[in-house]
Write a protein that binds this ligand. Structure first.
Ligand SMILES: C[S@@+](CC[C@H](N)C(=O)[O-])C[C@H]1O[C@@H](n2cnc3c(N)ncnc32)[C@H](O)[C@@H]1O
Length: 203
């Protein structure tokens, strides 16, 4: 994937109503469970950075250079690896916590990315997630229809995914999952999940 300077420049402005409406509070709640060596997948402009406990060691994957520049402006010392999940290379059992927020809609190969995340987690590790998902019924059908156009406007973003089903298929046990509506969401991006998953053998 290439860089998206316009999307990166607009991202914080576009998401501000959601952040102020409760998304920032949810980020804080989710990330209070992060511990030890942490990998954040697709850090974007760095919206999560203010919410990590002070004692974690954070590594961030971010393939988009325009996003990386904004994240580095928030924390010039941040360890960012400029690649995507599918191409990242970590030994097995590298992380105590992996964090995915509003990113599993965007990865090209969802099942492949989750399989890699699973292999990077230590046996007692935790995947923390906060993701928008496909809604049920008529709204879900509308999301399916809108995805080809939407994913061009919002680079790579698919509205028709269920990351919780994909996590289970990738051998993760979802141990905590709250379904909610994103504050000030819209008919396309609204239904969401927040929770935690572990390796199935550890659950
Ligand atoms: C919608 S933004 C979310 C940013 C941030 N996680 C947040 O919560 O605000 C999605 C980010 O994921 C990145 N991304 C897209 N595909 C990716 C992949 N395959 N692996 C890692 N990051 C990816 C994009 O460059 C973008 O910065």
């Amino acid at each position: 994937m290439g860089d998206h300077p316009i999307y990166a420049a607009l991202y914080d402005r576009l998401t501000r109503p959601m952040e102020e409406g409760g998304l920032a509070r949810r980020r804080g709640q989710l990330l209070s469970a992060a511990r030890g060596r942490v990998l954040e997948v697709g850090g974007g402009t760095g919206a999560n950075l203010a919410h990590y406990p002070a004692d974690v060691t954070l590594t961030v994957l971010e393939p988009d250079g325009a996003m990386r520049r904004r994240m580095l402006a928030r924390d010039p010392a941040l360890a960012i690896i400029p690649t995507c999940t599918e191409d990242a290379d970590f030994p097995p059992d590298s992380f105590d916590t992996v964090v995915c927020t509003l990113v599993l809609c965007t990865v090209d190969d969802l099942g492949g990315a989750l399989a890699r995340i699973r292999s990077w987690l230590r046996p007692d590790g935790l995947l923390l997630f906060l993701e928008h998902v496909q809604a049920g019924a008529a709204r879900g059908r509308l999301q399916t229809l809108a995805t080809p156009v939407w994913s061009r406007v919002v680079p790579g973003c698919r509205l028709d995914r269920d990351p919780v089903v994909a996590m289970r298929a990738a051998g993760l046990a979802v141990t905590d999952c709250e379904r909610f509506h994103l504050p000030r969401g819209n008919v396309f991006v609204g239904a969401a999940v927040q929770g935690a998953a572990r390796l199935r053998s550890a659950a």
